[in-house]
Unconditional design. Structure first.
Length: 269
């Protein structure tokens, strides 16, 4: 068996997407370099940041996750992992996943690929693997940059906790990506897949924000992928294994749905 015949669709996806992967990598690095070095001037119990937070409505502070923003863990999670970084990985996941099946079907290349002795299950699994690798790369880059900036930015982060939040960050990206794949396999429409992939992220964020307003509403966070990832502040407390299990388990379920849906649907129609 030649090397070219091993995971051909996976290899092709990585080769064709290196520019976008590089772009998202640079974006994540830039965001971290923008935010984290500011912490020494902003953090602390009597800092300017604390004075600003004290003037905001408590409900807004809770919704944005700014309750512990004057600590290194709270600041890093609130500014990057829970906000800008979250938006970036969701957009990347949505873009890659909706192009993988729905995008190819709309432009007519999906039928051509399947005509070259490629099974539908193989197509879904190899393209899923390519997306997983790219998202894992982005999560790994974020972890490396955070650890490199940790001493100079005076964040006081534990390396194991950085790995824990990176796993949660990757899990959030995978939920959007795999739902985008499943929706594309089910309906073959990129607009539908995009709405589903982005929608689960938006709804999850909203449920978490509303659930953080009071103890009576906290149960809403149990139904939010965003809550599964960040409810227990992994940068401060370490890995939340039940939350990670839900993120990765739901992602695996969406992949199964994508495989079954594509095998049963008439692509030609």
């Amino acid at each position: 068996m030649s090397s070219a015949s091993i995971l051909p669709l996976f290899r092709r996806e990585l080769a064709q997407s290196w520019r976008s992967t590089l772009g998202w990598t640079l974006g994540i690095v830039a965001a971290l370099l923008l935010y984290l070095p500011l912490f020494p001037a902003l953090g602390g119990a009597d800092s300017q940041m604390q004075q600003l937070i004290s003037t905001l409505p408590p409900q807004l502070v809770s919704a944005l996750g700014y309750g512990a923003i004057t600590t290194g863990a709270g600041y890093t999670e609130a500014t990057f992992y829970g906000l800008l970084g979250f938006v970036m990985i969701v957009i990347a996941a949505t873009s890659w996943s909706t192009a993988a099946i729905a995008g190819d079907e709309e432009n007519g290349t999906l039928e051509l690929t399947l005509a070259h002795r490629v099974s539908r299950g193989q197509l879904v699994l190899e393209r899923t693997l390519a997306i997983v690798v790219r998202l894992a790369w982005l999560a790994a880059v974020s972890a490396v940059v955070v650890l490199l900036l940790n001493p100079s930015a005076q964040l006081g982060l534990d390396a194991a906790h950085v790995l824990a939040v990176s796993a949660a960050y990757l899990g959030l990206g995978l939920v959007s990506a795999t739902l985008g794949l499943a929706s594309g396999a089910l309906f073959g429409r990129r607009v539908v897949a995009t709405a589903a992939a982005a929608g689960i992220a938006v709804v999850g964020y909203a449920l978490n924000a509303v659930g953080s307003q009071s103890a009576d509403l906290d149960w809403l966070r149990d139904y939010s992928p965003y809550g599964w990832a960040y409810h227990h502040v992994p940068l401060a407390t370490g890995a939340d294994w039940p939350g990670l299990g839900l993120l990765y388990g739901l992602s695996a379920l969406f992949v199964v749905i994508a495989v079954v849906a594509l095998q049963r649907r008439d692509i030609a129609s």
